[in-house]
Design a protein around this ligand. Structure first.
Ligand SMILES: [Zn+2]
Length: 399
């Protein structure tokens, strides 16, 4: 029974471990703005996030610098220690020689002493003493010299032993320093990684800030009030259906993955439907709506118009590219009869690398790009095939 309970507790514990991190990571706040004030709040949050990212990065960078300094400090310490070992070994070698010399000297003294004990004359000869007192005196000195010599040798030997111990200690320290350097190298690697990912995050935040600032400017230009619903400010008139953007047309390149007509790259994504049409032809809004964005002379797409629609209560964003001329303004309310521009694609090639000849590129996405979501990838994720949605036949001659 107890084992069973234990097993249950274990499973519960494992489950908690599994679930806990999910709970700790709060779901990212839905970044949706309904008023200009919301946008300003969003901008403020993003700027705070950017500042905290910067602060984190600065602190990681200073950690990185200190780790790097620590490595060079330890490397210098190793070099210093190696020098200390070399010095100690040199000293020991010198001491060894001195010991040898000292031993010889001592041997000489011992010999002299031994000889002197048996033969006074020889003794006298060696010490050249004038009197017996003098001789005794010299004996005493000789004994002192011998003692001194012996002490000296002992001291040298102790010094050599100390040097050997120093070598052992320093080598141990070197090992320790090397392992510390290894640890620091690991820290440096992970700090580098963290800084890289913070850099990436910074760029993401920066691009989000840019797009929020663009939106704020757009809604300010439209004269939206701080707390007015942007939906009502945009005055998007509802419509009943999506219509063909051209009176006459023929599909030349479909939406989705295809072989690129210019680069010949296979599996290249095409964000819309290409419709062959003579340059300068009227292009109509696919439905009632409000112009939400205009891009001029993009290096891929040329002159582009984005329109936000509500069709049968559902939000759409339509895009028209490679236009020769744009006839609307951002914020302008259009109907499905409004000529928003003239088709291009041929003379616009001079600045637009994504067109090979006269045609209209028509994209359709769900939701409102620049309001419900931002950024190319988000827009791409919301794209649908206009040929199937409007729908568009292979070719037609009326709207
Ligand atoms: Zn196209």
């Amino acid at each position: 029974m107890i084992r069973k309970i234990n097993k249950c507790l274990m499973i519960l514990f494992a489950f908690t471990l599994l679930i806990l991190p999910m709970c700790l990571v709060a779901p990212e706040a839905a970044k949706k703005a309904n008023t200009l004030a919301d946008y300003r709040k969003l901008l403020k949050d993003l700027q705070a996030e950017q500042a905290s990212n910067q602060a984190k990065k600065n602190s990681k960078k200073s950690e990185l610098n200190s780790a790097k300094n620590n490595v060079s400090y330890k490397q210098n310490q190793i070099i210093e220690n190696q020098q200390k070992i070399t010095d100690a070994m040199n000293e020991s070698q010198k001491l060894d020689e001195e010991i040898k010399l000292g031993k010889d000297k001592l041997q000489e003294l011992v010999s002299a002493y031994q000889i002197s004990q048996g033969d006074n004359v020889y003794l006298e000869y060696i010490f050249n003493a004038d009197s017996y007192e003098e001789l005794i005196y010299r004996y005493a000195i000789m004994e002192q010299v011998m003692d001194y010599q012996e002490n000296q040798i002992t001291e040298w030997k102790t010094k050599i032993e100390r040097n050997n111990q120093l070598k052992v200690d320093l080598e141990k320290e070197e090992e320790k320093l090397n392992s510390q350097i290894d640890d620091l190298a690991k820290d440096i690697k992970s700090l580098d990684k963290e800084i890289d990912s913070l850099d990436d995050m910074y760029l993401d935040i920066a691009s989000e800030i840019k797009s929020v600032k663009d939106s704020i400017k757009m809604y300010e230009d439209l004269g939206c009030k701080e707390n007015e619903s942007l939906e009502s400010c945009l005055k998007v008139a509802g419509d009943k259906m999506l219509r063909r953007p051209l009176v006459k047309g023929k599909i030349t390149s479909p939406f989705g993955y295809r072989t690129h007509p210019i680069t010949k790259k296979v599996n290249s994504f095409h964000s819309g439907t290409d419709i062959a049409v003579a340059e300068g032809t009227n292009v109509y809004a696919t439905a009632n709506g409000t112009v939400s964005r205009i891009t001029r002379k993009s290096s891929c797409g040329g002159n582009m118009v984005y329109i936000q629609h509500i069709v049968n209560g559902k939000k759409w964003t339509s895009t028209y590219m490679h236009l020769l001329e744009i006839k609307v303004k951002v914020g302008q309310v259009v109907t499905n009869e409004t000529v928003i521009g003239l088709s291009g694609g041929k003379t616009t090639k001079s600045y637009d690398t994504c067109t090979a000849g006269a045609h209209l590129h028509f994209s359709l996405a769900t939701g409102w790009y620049d309001k419900d979501y931002f950024g190319y990838n988000n827009w791409k994720a919301h794209l649908v095939d206009a040929a199937k949605t409007v729908p568009l036949p292979t070719s037609w001659s009326s709207r």
